[in-house]
Design a protein around this ligand. Sequence first.
Ligand SMILES: NC(=O)c1ccc[n+]([C@@H]2O[C@H](COP(=O)([O-])OP(=O)(O)OC[C@H]3O[C@@H](n4cnc5c(N)ncnc54)[C@H](O)[C@@H]3O)[C@@H](O)[C@H]2O)c1
Length: 248
Amino acid sequence: MDLGLAGKSAIVTGAGSGIGAAIAARLAGEGAKVVVSDIDLASAEAQAEVIRAAGGAAIGVRADVVDADEVAAMVDRAAEEFGGADILVNNAGLARDMRITRMEEADWDVVLDVILKGAFLCTKAVLPLMTGRKWGRIVNMSSRAHLGNPGQANYSAAKAGLIGFTKAMALENGRNFITCNAVAPGMIDTPFVRGHPQFDKISENAIRTTPVPRIGLPEDVADAVAFLVSDRASYITGDVLHVTGGRY
Ligand SMILES: NC(=O)c1ccc[n+]([C@@H]2O[C@H](COP(=O)([O-])OP(=O)(O)OC[C@H]3O[C@@H](n4cnc5c(N)ncnc54)[C@H](O)[C@@H]3O)[C@@H](O)[C@H]2O)c1
């Protein structure tokens, strides 16, 4: 299936690691020119180099998604280097897991800021470029946690909020042929989950309760994103694609 991504300019946030890195590689493999953006410049540049070594087009850019000036500079780089920003994947995210009785205001704020405000700032920054071309694709990285996970009140709220944001963006921007969808992964094998102190217990439980009995891979999510940002998904917007092996 030709995804029609050759020559498109894409920005993937949080792309120095894990799911974002796999998405950047997948889009570049389809011929897109990718801005590999991350708050950690070294990881962004390393992933861009991996993509270039495989024959793709990519640059590494540092941007903290909660800083409007850095986000604006990231979009400017996409326009200068690759002629625009046709695709945005709001993937940057983090977690501060704990029961609400122990959760501090700062734990709430940082998770809501990076996931929700980050998506807001990046989306606002790319929309003028997409609107000008009457073509655009935005994918927001939600999570199965949008259904609610114990120990993840902040993260669950942010990922559910991101779905509301996705639907609002779909309604506002459809007239310009800009689609906005969310992807909701289950447990995916990345540094993000590997770093959890109870990784073994959590992964064992996930495999036991998942109809497809394995942990997901970053490439599973990247395939879903590649479809949603493609020409093959031009009539799908405001939707949530779960990549969970059937676990809810
Ligand atoms: N791994 C999973 O099981 C899983 C499941 C569902 C959803 N997700 C979501 O997928 C996304 C990627 O997760 P991952 O597992 O690849 O994690 P990861 O920790 O491997 O990668 C996240 C990346 O985001 C970057 N980042 C963090 N804060 C940032 C900021 N303020 N600005 C820019 N970049 C920032 C990090 O530097 C890192 O490179 C996140 O939004 C996460 O919530 C992950």
